[in-house]
Design a protein around this ligand. Structure first.
Ligand code: NAG
Ligand code: NAG
Length: 414
């Protein structure tokens, strides 16, 4: 009993401590009732409730397709699916929004079908290029009129959406936040009170083939603008600093820039005293004649904490003085990679550093910082064209003009 009490008090202390200034838990729109990122970082874990997906015969595909670098791959047979148990957490009953990224390579199959062996409300691919949604009535499971649109592109990412508004009776089908079909089906209670299946329906021989990521469910009909915002919750390829081309921004712009010494890769641009900053130390390679630089150390600073990781993955900084629960910066090792993460303003930054290979990657989740960061990795607002933003806010057309403005003054280099 005493033991238990001790554990409990330590736990509550940890919670209290972690709610200080920078480290916070994330918040989502209150109408979001389930969110399965469906990628390598978060797997099938429900970020909102406890309805973690149960994967069967699917694999995580970590190859780059467009601007998405991690998703679940469905084989297109009856043994390849994800089931989402429903403890009521995403039984929206009245209104609903379903959003998801699909990369179809097959002819047809279920994307999100309530009821594994029957017809609860469902979102499908019903033809090579056909997106399809149909609400069913909660009491009888009888069909309403379906909505479909031939808008899907094979072998590409398609951001699908479907909404139903109980008050207006309006049902809408979306692609990339744009309405592609709509109809008023009247006001009814919809069947969302079952588990949901992705990939396979037990009484149908059409099995989804291709990739899927970022499944979101809301208990109201989002507007087109809200759907465009919600799309930003989907994890894109990380920003990269590596061999040539040297850098790729959060928004996917790749460029080469050969600076030496310390540079700001990314920092909080909302505050004159940034909440966080990540710097890289570039040094010339000695194995080539032309000037080619590579990253030899990174410096991650969050609040008062700073860590430096060098090319042999050695970590120094002031964070060692802090107990783990006091730290804002979380560090772990895996397979020659140093993994660093921190959360600021509901946004989690996940950094991977392979010192010996001089490769640094940065992932940013959530939307609070979109467009509000700056540095060599751009502003993360989803638009690659404005990524060469300088500290004065002007956007440069010249990579060198842009690059040198992010050099950190007065720092010693190795
Ligand atoms: C790391 O960066 C912070 C600012 O982000 C700076 O104050 C600190 O001096 C840097 N540390 C080193 C060793 O360069
Ligand atoms: C470890 O890294 C090597 C080389 O980068 C890679 O081939 C291997 O799959 C990795 N292993 C694990 C368990 O991640």
């Amino acid at each position: 009993m005493l033991h238990l009490l001790v554990i409990l008090s330590v736990t509550s202390f940890t919670l209290a401590a972690s709610q200080t200034k920078v480290l916070q838990t994330r918040s989502y729109d209150p109408s979001m009732v389930a969110f399965w990122p469906l990628n390598a970082d978060h797997g099938t874990v429900d970020q909102i409730g406890s309805n973690d997906g149960l994967p069967t015969g699917v694999t995580v595909d970590n190859t780059k397709h467009g601007d998405i670098c991690s998703a679940y791959s469905f084989a297109g047979n009856k043994n390849s699916f994800i089931e989402f148990p429903n403890d009521g957490g995403f039984d929206t009953h009245y209104s609903i929004t379903l959003l998801v990224y699909v990369y179809p390579t097959g002819a047809a199959g279920p994307i999100f079908n309530f009821k594994r062996d029957g017809w609860g409300s469902h979102l499908w691919q019903t033809g090579a290029n056909q997106e399809f949604v149909r609400m069913t009535r909660r009491s009888t499971l009888s069909f309403t009129e379906d909505l479909r649109a031939d808008v899907l592109v094979q072998n590409e990412w398609n951001f699908l959406g479907a909404t139903y508004d109980y008050n207006s009776g309006e049902e809408k089908l979306y692609l990339k936040g744009v309405v592609v079909n709509s109809r008023n089906i009247g006001s009814m209670e919809i069947s969302t009170n079952y588990e949901a299946r992705m990939g396979v329906h037990d009484t149908d021989t059409r099995y989804y083939k291709g990739l899927i990521t970022c499944m979101q469910v809301y208990n109201r009909a989002l507007s087109p603008d809200e759907i465009i915002e919600a799309e930003k919750l989907c994890t894109k390829c990380p920003a990269v600093v590596s061999g040539d081309p040297h850098l790729t921004t959060f928004d996917g712009r790749a460029y080469s820039f050969q600076g030496t010494c310390w540079y700001t890769l990314v920092k909080d641009c909302l505050n004159t005293n940034p909440e966080f900053e990540i710097r890289a130390n570039f040094a010339p390679r000695d194995d080539v004649d032309v000037l080619k630089t590579r990253t030899v150390a990174i410096n991650v600073t969050v609040g008062d904490e700073s860590i430096i990781v060098d090319r042999s993955n050695k970590i120094s900084g002031n964070t060692n003085d802090l107990k783990s629960w006091q730290r804002n910066i979380d560090v772990s090792f895996n397979n020659n990679t140093v993994m660093i993460s921190f959360t600021v303003m509901d946004t989690t930054f996940t950094l991977h550093w392979k010192g010996r290979k001089h490769i640094f990657t940065a992932d940013v989740s959530d939307i609070a910082y979109h467009g509000k960061v700056c540095g060599l990795l751009g502003n993360a607002d989803g638009d690659p064209h404005n990524d060469f933003m300088m500290p004065d806010g002007k956007v440069s057309k010249d990579v060198n003009e842009f690059g040198v403005t992010w050099k950190v003054a007065d720092t010693r280099c190795e």
